[in-house]
Ligand binder design. Structure first.
Ligand SMILES: [Zn+2]
Length: 277
């Protein structure tokens, strides 16, 4: 089974200590794929500190030099992969940037080039802010040659006239009807691939994620964690479940203890894994 970790919201508002606390030790076992916001707008996202919240000012990543140095070192050591997480992330209209924003092609091209130049990284994957992307947004990232971390579907972006779309739709429908847990494959939509994430958040259930992990392992599929470094201290909403950080740790412990698990970056898994539906 392929295993990967996607962590969203690294931006101007992130300190190296924030990432080091969660991933310093963990990233020696395998790479962490960070979804990075190039020019974060100080809106209402959970990552924006109180004193900036709702000011709507724009904060380029390069104005946080300690973080840039830290990321460059981590990338060079193979501990971090960089993915593109929107452009501003938050919009004054409070509508999701890639579900309704303007100039999406320009934002993708400029945001990607900016991060690649600043951090010395190659970007292969796009992560939509708030996991929301329109049909037009999806076409934009596919045209830019990027894959998607997350899933859309027939109603939200897969090409309706493609035979591949409907074959995939049917396969997923059968999988769910037969009681299949999670989505243990990479989805090939033709012009891009999508990698479904398994949320590790306060709303996620540890027993459920462990069951998905076991079922995916038995199939030799792909299990991608989707989490936020800034939420690791949060309690679970499920009685009896551990904190978000402990939840993540238990999944990681299973991954590193089992020789059948290959831990890779999101970009590597999505581009090269043979587990494609
Ligand atoms: Zn985000």
């Amino acid at each position: 089974m392929y295993f990967c970790i996607r962590d969203d919201d690294t931006s101007f508002f992130t300190s190296p200590e924030d990432l080091e606390r969660v991933y310093g030790e963990v990233s020696q076992w395998g790479p962490i794929s960070l979804a990075v916001v190039p020019f974060h707008r100080a809106g209402t996202s959970g990552v924006v500190p109180e004193k900036f919240r709702g000011r709507w000012s724009v904060h380029p990543l390069h104005e946080n030099q300690p973080l840039v140095d830290y990321l460059r070192m981590g990338i060079a050591q193979g501990r971090f992969e960089i993915m593109l997480h929107g452009y501003h992330h938050d919009e004054v209209s409070d509508r999701w940037e890639f579900a309704c924003g303007h100039d999406l092609a320009q934002r993708v091209a400029h945001g990607r080039q900016y991060l690649e130049d600043l951090l010395g990284a190659t970007i292969r994957v796009f992560v939509p802010p708030y996991n929301s992307i329109s049909r037009q947004g999806l076409r934009t990232i596919a045209r830019a040659g990027l894959h998607l971390a997350g899933t859309t579907g027939v109603r939200r972006g897969w090409p309706l006239l493609s035979r591949q779309t409907w074959a995939l739709w049917l396969r997923l429908r059968r999988w769910r009807k037969s009681g299949g847990l999670g989505i243990p494959w990479i989805l090939d939509i033709g012009d891009h691939r999508e990698l479904p994430g398994n949320g590790v958040t306060p709303a996620a259930s540890l027993p459920h994620n462990q069951a998905v992990f076991d079922s995916t392992l038995a199939l030799g599929g792909v299990f991608c964690v989707a989490t936020h470094y800034w939420e690791q201290g949060a309690a679970s909403l499920h009685a009896g479940d551990p904190s978000v950080g402990e939840h993540l740790r238990r999944l990681i412990d299973r991954a590193i203890a089992d020789p059948r698990v290959l831990w890779r970056s999101v970009g590597e898994v999505i581009s090269t894994s043979p587990m494609v539906a």
